[in-house]
Design a protein around this ligand. Structure first.
Ligand code: ARG
Length: 476
């Protein structure tokens, strides 16, 4: 029989057990390798809890102080690399508590009064989610700033706009970049919503039903900067919606980044030649000397699968769980952490890549001349002169077909040819196919005309400044 009280095998529930867990069971049940990164949150939560216990007279002031200084010592040692977690501990909560008791003795054993690991882990994870949401917003904002700068630097660069990856209508490169800015603006908003979802205190719910001790949850919430106290102890220990929210924000953010990554991938191809990636944001080939590959962009695209998988994994873990805490929930952190880590790294990669790539403005402009991208305007010209749009569409469609057969562009059509196609073409018809005028004509709110894009850039700067102000108010 194994002695459950030998120092190596002792568990906090040893009293009820005659046998200590075997090595496999210990390793299988452990979450320390994943949750050790919650150490700062765990210690902050424990300090707030201990202070409250002392204030409420649940533990003595001396014990409260010993606990607090012991925990601060552990935090300092972890951060200085002087303390590393022992693998014998199941999770970060038990590891910190065990170390505290090793350091301060008896008082350390009082810390767990009026609390359970169930409300403790929920508290730690919420604190972590809040911190990581702010961090991720900062990274999102870094990329948003990069996109604004690209838009500013290329205010009059014309490029082909695509639908179905077929040339459609010319747009300003600035307009194209700002489309991603707004996508990321929504990502920042989703991260803020996830922050708000995490911003309520579970601690004080104990295992599931509350505690017999006269605790002060409001004081703990204030201490830990939570906006509210969760009103139902069962919900408090079993709610992981906030973790789903942040993982979803990251997964959708990754979907956005994978779309953005596709641009430098396709644009840097010889066929497009719209951008040249900086050397340190591309890689070569071990066999083909000429290659310059957009590996980092491809990795961003590839890692999106991971983040989406993380979200699915988390949702399925929670599905069908009865109230309140279930050990299944220990599986929540790995996917959530992975999604956040992945999103943050990919934001950094995309900002680095985009801020250093060379935009081949001439190639973009050249590309805008092909593909009959003024066809809609020519049809609009006819419609403006009384031809029903459907008929105008047909007339111009025939002109495109003829040009295509003869290898000519719409700009090369003569006045006589236009007049032959339709007597409704006006003398100003050639101006309608000039590529800059095609862009300038889209002078509607949200359109690609230079004045509208300048307007949009102002809105983008305003939205960005407002978000930065919010971030600052949270990070002070
Ligand atoms: N390591 C656990 C987790 O991550 C902490 C809570 C464990 N609580 C329990 N009653 N087993 O979920």
């Amino acid at each position: 029989m194994t002695d459950a009280t030998t120092p190596e095998t002792k568990t906090p529930w040893g009293g009820r057990f005659e046998h200590a867990p075997g090595e496999f069971q210990r390793r299988f049940g452990a979450s320390l390798p994943v949750d050790s990164r919650l150490y700062a949150e765990d210690i902050a939560g424990s300090i707030a809890h201990a202070r409250m216990l002392a204030q409420q007279g649940i533990i003595s002031a001396d014990d409260g102080e010993a606990i607090e200084s012991g925990l601060i010592g552990i935090l300092g040692d972890i951060e200085a690399g002087r303390f590393t977690f022992e693998t014998a501990d199941e999770d970060v909560h038990m590891a910190v508590e065990a170390e505290l008791t090793r350091r301060i003795g008896e008082a350390g054993k009082r810390l767990h009064t009026a609390r359970s690991r169930n409300d403790q882990v929920a508290t730690d994870t919420r604190l972590h989610a809040k911190r990581r949401a702010l961090e991720a917003i900062e990274d999102v904002d870094h990329l948003r700033r990069t996109l604004i700068r690209l838009a500013e630097a290329h205010a009059d660069t014309v490029m082909p706009g695509y639908t179905h990856l077929q040339k459609a209508q010319p747009v300003l490169f600035a307009h194209h970049m700002l489309a991603y800015f707004w996508m990321l603006t929504r990502d920042a908003a989703r991260l803020r919503a996830a922050y708000a979802a995490a911003d309520a205190l579970p601690l004080g719910s104990a295992a599931l039903a509350g505690t017999t001790f006269p605790i002060d949850r409001t004081a703990v919430a204030r201490e830990l900067d939570f906006a509210a106290v969760i009103p139902n102890s069962l919900d408090a220990v079993s709610d992981r919606d906030f973790l789903v929210d942040i993982t979803y924000a990251c997964a959708l953010g990754m979907v956005h980044l994978s779309r953005l990554a596709e641009e430098p991938i396709i644009w840097s191809s010889d066929e497009f030649g719209f951008v040249t990636l900086a050397d340190d944001w591309s890689t070569g080939s071990s066999i083909m000397p000429q290659k310059k590959n957009p590996d980092f962009a491809e990795l961003v695209r590839g890692k999106t699968g991971r983040a989406v998988g993380d979200l699915v994994s988390l949702l399925v873990t929670l599905k069908g769980l009865p109230l309140a805490y279930n050990k299944d929930m220990q599986e929540d952190k790995e996917p959530a952490f992975d999604a956040i880590d992945t999103f943050e790294d990919c934001l950094t990669a995309m900002a680095g890549m985009l801020s250093t790539m060379w935009v081949e403005a001439q190639r973009m402009r050249q590309g805008s001349l092909g593909g009959f991208m003024a066809a809609t305007d020519l049809a609009d010209h006819l419609a403006g002169r009384g031809v029903p749009f459907r008929e105008a569409h047909e007339i111009v469609g025939k002109l495109v077909l003829a040009c295509e057969r003869e290898g000519r562009t719409l700009q090369q059509l003569t006045a006589a040819e236009l007049a032959e196609a339709s007597p409704a073409f006006g003398p100003d018809a050639p101006q309608w196919v000039d590529i800059d005028s095609v862009v300038a004509r889209r002078d509607t709110p949200g359109g690609t005309a230079p004045g509208r894009v300048a307007e949009q850039l102002m809105l983008a700067r305003e939205a960005f400044a407002a978000d930065e102000a919010w971030l600052e108010s949270r990070c002070d």
